[in-house]
Design a protein around this ligand. Sequence first.
Ligand SMILES: [Zn+2]
Length: 395
Amino acid sequence: MLRPASTRMRVRSVASSAQLPELPLASTQNLTIPASQETSAYQHAVAVDTLDWMKVARIYQHGGPEVLVYEDTPEPRIKANEILLRVGACALNHLDLFVRGGIPGMKFDMPHVLGSDIAGEVVRVGELCERVKPGWRVLLSPGLSCRQCTQCVSGYDNLCRRYTMFGYREDGGNAEYLAAPEYSAIRIPNDMGYEEAAAVPLVFLTAWHMLMARANLQPGEDVLVLAASSGVGSAAIQIAKLFHCRVIATAGGEAKLAKARELGADHVIDHYLQDISAEVRKITAKRGVDVVIEHVGTATWQKSVESLAPAGRLVTCGATTGFDAKVDLRFLFSRQLSLLGSFMGTIGELHRVLQFVFRGQLKPVIDRVYPLAEIRAAHERLEAKEQFGKVVVVP
Ligand SMILES: [Zn+2]
């Protein structure tokens, strides 16, 4: 593996990797499995000649940023249909904060590695891999699915019952190395950096699916994008502009409003100081907007619904400020509104939106890059809503 000698440690004949994190590192060096224990405590041990170690940031329990632990762990092993990726960069999402904090009713295997948006270099491929080659620079499709059910084979992998993401039900990219299914690897242009590439997948896929698949966006429509400073918000503004729509974006504070304008927003609303729906009515000559991109939740829901024009569509992909929302059914039916849910997007849609990214027509917005060792600070920045665009960590 290409990496500084100081980060490499080699261990002979150790027990299964799952047992290793609990052992003091020094005690695992040159550890030999006693013959008497080979069929008892070490029954499932994987004896190997050598084992490479890597840095990882992970959680052993739910809680605040302090539960993130930066430490050594054995490199992952790849299955025959998997690739080994040397992670170049991994972008944070609100999902990281939710999983770290714990999601009611959801149990995660611990320790758990966060990180859904991943780019890096392929260093090894399993024997069944036919497409991807070592040395490829790739980003990973964050979505993982069974690839065999009716939804998957129909091209709707994000509706698969087994659909999940890196960093959610599977270990993610907050590590030096990651094992990933071959199908998830998508080649990136030579002139695209890993930090830039990692900032793309989840938010551009989500925004594309919301606007194109769910809202059926038409050229020239009026679109309201909530929270322009978020990853999804900054992606949605650009995609809507790609289709020559008029975009109204909300953000908090003059600095973020200016950045929203830079991304192409035609009008901006300070959601701390101004009434969103009243401003939308002013801008649209009382008509309202055709599409609202919502992911804020309780704090903005009412104003978002009120901002819709007759036959308007509201698409939501999140509830960062809470999930309680009311709907006046008289308003809903009389104005013939559509309230639509959206979750991630298909891998086909990711390939489609990446065409525009690779041509430079859509640009990832990077807020700040942290070393993986400073993962706690990266989480704190996202949690404090200080960022505009993606917070990225680099191993
Ligand atoms: Zn499936």
